[in-house]
Design a protein. Structure first.
Length: 486
């Protein structure tokens, strides 16, 4: 495409729109993914917009690794362990259920939609995006465990959904499907991806232990997703699982690897990068959407809208049906689960069932679909899959994203104090560490005894204050529990 004056003006308009969204998002208190999907839709309606289409492999390799790595790096390994059962039921069980439900609906109700393409569509729209949901839930004081489950689900279901996606796309491109061959590839994708991710995570961690340069460390962090994804993909394993594994591993070791300056600089860089990648994806689909709709002219607009509503409705309804069933049934069947983890209030599964918003990962997977099969034929359903994926993202982000705050407010959640307890624990440990270090330094010639004592008293007072506050909150919770029980 010749980049002339017209295209330059379009680029300027897109950059201005991007800056406007950055400014407007905190003012209107709407998470920016919702604004981005609406902006992508608006771009598709502007006359004279050029059609910009990156090679599918470039979209997958360039976009997914940093997004997945940042998500994995930011996830608490402790939260993953503590909520392993609900996260597994959502990130593996629900992904498979959503993929199958969407595949059945698409094959049966969309004209001439093959089973292999239907499973590709199901795998593409099955992973959730936590960005909008977690921004809303944190702002409105939802219990921390709900937020942890939403984040953990999104992290793990990216891996499980994209492994299914890889198998389904291979079936479409090859034109044949073997259960035995697919099973072996699936096994290698999982084990190979996790193994390569651990190796890359270990090597990067050892390298970063020997560095003391914030810009260099942040740069290596930005590249780590690619370090894991590319060799895993070259080995035929899951690059997604390799990135996720490396991200969780390095995130767990980060306090040992980096300084405060590096973490502060890195946080800002990652936040900007995540926004720009999301904006790039929605701008790409906006620039392609009118072309895609034109390519679907053989299908009437009424049918396209019907197909979009059917697929979006299937995605939403499957989640709403799955979550309460899997929250209460295991506790009913296995008393030991109930003893360890009592029934949560019904408001908890209700909120989680309404946080199934789709986003950048689904969009990147759709845009990364190959243009042709191995036989040289065009991937006929590709345009329809991209169109339906965008509609699912639009429907879930706008419908669920804009109504989620009202739902949360209507349920009147109470702050469970978990975030403040964690802060108190961290401050107590920090004070203990400071006192221990003072004890090590007190015999040094350059340390004045009165200064050391004054600091020891300061940190001792701080430790006692947070211990008292923590004990006070526990006493209040016990009194409330006794009052309710009485």
């Amino acid at each position: 495409m010749h980049f002339g004056t017209h295209e330059q003006l379009i680029l300027l308009a897109l950059l201005l729109a991007l800056a406007a969204m950055l400014i407007v998002s905190p003012i209107v208190r709407v998470p920016y993914p919702i604004l981005l999907v609406l902006a992508g839709l608006a771009v598709s309606f502007i006359p004279g917009m050029p059609t910009l289409q990156l090679p599918p492999d470039v979209v997958l390799v360039a976009v997914l690794p940093p997004l997945l790595y940042y998500s994995a790096y930011s996830t608490s390994l402790r939260d993953l362990r503590q909520n392993a059962r609900p996260i597994s039921l959502l990130a593996i069980g629900l992904v498979i259920a959503t993929t199958c439900a969407v595949a059945v609906v698409a094959h049966e109700l969309i004209d001439n939609f093959s089973w292999s393409a239907a499973f590709v569509l199901g795998a593409v729209v099955s992973p959730t995006d936590p960005l909008a949901a977690t921004k809303i839930t944190r702002r409105l004081g939802v219990p921390r465990r709900i937020v942890a489950v939403i984040e953990g689900e999104s992290l793990v279901n990216d891996g499980s959904a994209l492994v299914l996606y890889k198998v389904a796309v291979t079936a479409v491109v090859a034109g044949t499907f073997s259960v035995w061959d697919a099973g072996l590839k699936f096994l290698w994708s999982v084990t190979g991806g996790i193994g390569i991710g651990l190796v890359v995570g270990y090597l990067v961690a050892e390298l970063r232990r020997r560095l003391d340069s914030p810009p260099l460390e942040v740069t290596i962090a930005l590249l780590t997703g690619y370090f894991a994804f590319i060799p895993a993909a070259a080995a035929g394993a899951s690059g997604v699982l390799a990135v996720v594994t490396a991200g969780v591993y390095i995130g767990w070791l980060t306090p040992e690897l980096t300084s405060v300056q590096t973490r502060l600089q890195g946080a800002g860089v990652w936040e900007i990068l995540a926004f720009l990648i999301n904006a790039l994806l929605f701008a790409l689909v906006g620039l392609q959407l009118s072309h895609i709709v034109n390519a679907l002219q053989a299908t009437s607009n009424g049918k396209l809208i019907t197909y979009a509503l059917l697929v979006t409705g299937t995605v939403i309804v499957t989640r709403i049906a799955w979550i309460p069933f899997n929250v209460y049934l295991p506790r009913k069947l296995f008393p030991r689960i109930l003893e360890r983890d009592p029934y949560p209030p019904f408001s908890w599964p209700l909120v989680i069932s309404w946080t199934g918003m789709r986003g950048a990962v689904s969009l990147a997977a759709a845009l990364a679909l190959p243009l042709t099969t191995h036989a040289g034929h065009s991937f006929d359903e590709r345009n329809l899959i991209i169109f339906l994926t965008f509609c699912v993202i639009l429907g879930t982000l706008v419908l669920q994203g804009l109504t989620l705050p009202a739902l949360i407010r209507s349920l009147h959640f109470e702050d469970d104090g978990s975030a403040q307890r964690e802060e108190h624990k961290a401050r107590i440990h920090a004070a203990d560490a400071a006192i221990a270090r003072l004890d090590e330094l007190v015999d040094e010639d350059w340390v004045r005894e009165d200064t050391a004592e004054r600091l020891r008293g300061l940190y001792g007072f701080r430790r006692n204050r947070f211990c008292a506050a923590s004990c006070s909150r526990r006493s209040v919770r016990r009194s409330s529990t006794c009052a309710v029980a009485g």
